[in-house]
Design a protein around this ligand. Structure first.
Ligand code: NAP
Ligand code: ZN
Length: 368
């Protein structure tokens, strides 16, 4: 697609839209292929940036395959996006060209409702997803598996200088999604015992963040396979195999909170058993099918099962700042753009340690 100019546009110096290219899923096969589209001009409060890296969240896989039933094709996935600012609008105050920035799964909200006023733009009824969302002008949003992004400055996050950008990208979704509920539910106090269920993209960042907050952290995983790494590399204090009733029984009633990042259907009863009285099980994983909720353990222990979705802008900045302070990044497999379909297949099988990140700037090429 060519540049679209106003009449005499080049003469007037006014670009209405700018050519962009990326990778898109075009049907429920979820297979990604090259895709050209356009992004809006840099409005006065917009930041335009060159995408350097983009993480592959399990959500991208579910959306590409329409597993939740609300995907609009073509879909350009990607909501763990980092890069360098190339242009700022006339009224942008927080960013300059050359700044290292990122955008997560949220690119707009009304900024005036109760949740926006509370700094929880993620729960705004008018929140727009960065990828596969319908924007205020009725166009579909295109995510970070693309050469550049344009985003309102209020939804742009500053990346600390000491963090490598490839490993920092997953903080924009995986990081904030685990940080936000820890903070909101008071699980961020040193000495709290936190369980992290599922040692994938979200889970492994969850372990690192909980440790940085001073928590005792137990990983709850489906097999013994990740025990060694969970403890020796990621810093977890303990490791439980969720399918081993003896291990689970020994840890009965010991945890203040559990962050459940599991992407598939799984039993909640053993997890509820791990909680202390008044403990909280926070669901952040999003299985496609409903889970069975046993009520007796809730009644007897005043326990809570709650959900949480990404985080607000303030929490996103706090997440990356905390990561900067503690040198936390995701453990990544950096891949080239032409490997993305293989990466998706491997992610579906749980074969990644622990997050795929696309080397967008060096490997994503336009098709013409
Ligand atoms: P991921 O890297 O694939 O990790 C998911 C982990 O879940 C796996 O590593 C595995 O851990 C565990 N798991 C997989 N199948 C399982 C099964 N059948 N039973 C028990 N455990 C199983 O995915 P992710 O990117 O971290 O995302 C995790 C989930 O969070 C996805 O559903 C995603 O859509 C959702 N998500 C939600 C939000 C939000 O805002 N709430 C944000 C981002 C992502 P073990 O090998 O250790 O068992
Ligand atoms: Zn995500």
């Amino acid at each position: 697609m060519a540049f679209l100019y106003l009449p005499f546009g080049s003469w007037m110096g006014k670009v209405l839209e700018k050519e962009a290219f990326g990778l898109a899923a075009k049907d429920e096969s979820g297979v990604l292929s090259p895709f050209s589209f356009s992004r809006r001009e840099t409005a006065e409060k917009d930041v335009r940036f060159k995408v350097l890296f983009c993480g592959i969240c399990h959500t991208d896989l579910c959306m590409a395959k329409n597993e939740w039933g609300f995907t609009t094709y073509p879909l350009v996935p990607g909501h763990e996006i980092v890069g360098v600012v190339t242009e700022v609008g006339a009224k942008v105050t927080k960013f300059n060209t050359g700044d290292k920035v990122g955008v997560g799964y949220m690119s707009r909200s009304c900024l005036s409702c109760d949740s926006c006023s509370d700094g929880e733009e993620n729960y705004c009824p008018k929140m727009i997803l960065t990828s596969g969302g319908k924007d205020y002008d009725d166009t579909m949003t295109r995510g970070g598996y693309s050469d550049h992004m344009v985003c309102a400055e209020d939804f742009v996050i500053r990346i600390p200088d000491n963090l490598p950008l490839d490993g920092a990208a997953p903080l924009l979704c995986a990081g904030v999604t685990v940080y936000s509920p820890m903070k909101y539910h008071g699980l961020d106090k040193p000495g709290m015992h936190i369980g992290v269920v599922g040692l994938g993209g979200l889970g492994h960042v969850g372990v690192k963040i909980a440790k940085a907050l001073g928590n005792k952290v137990t990983v709850i995983s489906t097999s013994e396979r990740k025990r060694e790494e969970a403890i020796n590399r990621l810093g977890a204090d303990a490791f439980l195999v969720s399918r081993d009733p003896k291990q689970m029984a020994d840890a009965f009633g010991t945890m203040d909170g559990i962050i459940d990042t599991v992407s598939a259907t799984h039993p909640l009863l053993p997890l509820l058993g791990l909680l202390k009285y008044k403990g909280k099980l926070v669901m952040v994983g999003a299985p496609t099918k409903p889970l069975e909720l046993p009520v007796f353990p809730l009644i007897f222990g005043r326990k809570m099962v709650v959900g949480s979705m990404i985080g607000g802008i303030k929490e996103m900045q706090e997440t990356v700042d905390l990561a900067g302070k503690h040198n936390i990044t995701a453990d990544i497999e950096l891949i080239s753009a032409d490997y993305v379909n293989t990466a998706m297949e491997r992610l579906a099988k749980g074969d990644v340690k622990y997050r795929f990140v696309i080397d967008v700037a060096n490997t994503l090429k336009p098709t013409h």
